[in-house]
Design a protein around this ligand. Structure first.
Ligand code: GLO
Ligand code: MG
Length: 343
């Protein structure tokens, strides 16, 4: 039986295996073959950066961008796929080297804002009103290099510029505490919520929580999700996993922390998230995997669906009894037995 969730991933989740210590180890998978992964494994939607839709977007005219975006939309329609989100890729261009939104260079800040506005417009063509803003380089390598008070003002100004440019777009900010920067601004979902409320339209600014990003901040992703859900502000999730506080690993969902995976789904289930947003997997194949290396995506989905079953078959009445008796030792054993298939 279907779990009722809708699933998504991004083209970057199928990659060639380069890491900071070594080059690519697999050949590039064509877009058509990536589409096949969506179809073969029951994914409903795709996450897109602006330059996934229009490569070399900065070098193209407005009409070229529109034509290419329409052609991409046609491609998706032909596949029966929808775009979950659009996202400006602000961290690869030289103008984004120190921001761009919190750069000390006014021209770089303006470039970042313009690119985000154009991404909002691409959403119209691709059929989504959700723009994800991962603030990749909005932070510092050394704190003395920027004025943090100014930086926060710049972030609010940028959000306002996007909101004022596009009357419908909703912005989901994806917080992360580090990587690529030493320390990033807006490291947690709490920071996202505070920032949202300083904008001209707080109702159109929400959050996207990635499991690994919460873990990198030393926080519980299930609690972070519950916090955002309680404020009606969880507009997307990037499920994956992370083995401790180190580099961003993007492991298959729940592969390192099964119980945390169970608890994330408990929260999503309790809040009826399946009717609110999609389940996206922001996962990376192991570098050791031979090409084309796509199984981490259906594997994450399979683990997710198995855990949904575990959550739905959990005996909540028996758990409530343990809670009423304040017998959390018994409750913990119940959870572990259930996860281990002993109930
Ligand atoms: C990296 C982020 C990245 C974003 C994506 C969407 O740590 O998780 O993958 O989710 O670029 O903008
Ligand atoms: Mg992510």
């Amino acid at each position: 039986m279907s779990s009722g969730y809708r699933f998504s991933f991004g083209p970057w989740n199928i990659h060639e295996g380069a890491d900071p210590f070594g080059p690519m180890v697999r050949s590039t998978v064509d877009l058509a073959d990536k589409f096949k992964v969506f179809k073969d494994h029951g994914f409903d939607a795709i996450m897109l950066h602006d330059d996934d839709i229009v490569p070399d977007i900065d070098s193209k005219s407005a009409s070229q961008i529109e034509d290419e975006a329409k052609a991409y939309r046609q491609l998706l329609d032909d596949q029966g796929l929808v775009a979950e989100i659009v996202a400006p890729r602000l961290w690869e261009d030289a103008r984004g080297i120190d921001g761009p939104l919190t750069s000390n260079d006014l021209a770089a800040r303006q470039w970042g804002i313009d690119r985000a506005k154009r991404t909002a417009d691409l959403g119209d063509i691709l059929g989504t009103d959700l723009l994800v803003l991962w603030l990749a380089r909005e932070g510092t390598y050394i704190r003395e290099s920027k004025n943090a008070l100014d930086s926060h003002r710049y972030l609010i100004d940028s959000l306002n510029a996007i909101l004022e440019h596009h009357p419908k777009i909703r912005i989901a900010i994806e917080p992360k505490p580090n990587e690529p920067m030493d320390q990033m601004y807006i490291p947690t979902i709490g920071h996202v919520m505070g920032l949202a409320h300083e904008t001209v339209d707080p109702s159109r600014v929400g959050g996207l929580i990635e499991t690994a990003h919460s873990q990198l901040a030393g926080l519980c992703p299930a609690d972070d999700m519950a916090y955002a859900l309680s404020l009606n502000k969880l507009w997307g999730v990037h499920l994956n996993d992370q083995n401790g506080m180190k580099y961003d690993q993007d492991k298959s969902f729940a592969a390192a922390n099964l119980r945390t995976g169970f608890n994330q789904i408990r929260v999503l289930e309790a809040a009826g998230y399946k009717d609110i947003g999609m389940v996206a997997f922001d996962v990376k194949a192991m570098r050791t995997q031979k090409g084309p290396a796509t199984s981490h995506l259906p594997n994450s989905k399979r683990i997710f669906e198995l855990l949904v079953e575990r959550v739905r078959s959990f005996d909540q009445n028996a758990a409530d009894q343990c809670i009423a008796n304040r017998d959390y030792e018994a409750l913990e054993l119940m959870v572990m037995e259930h996860l281990l298939g002993a109930s």
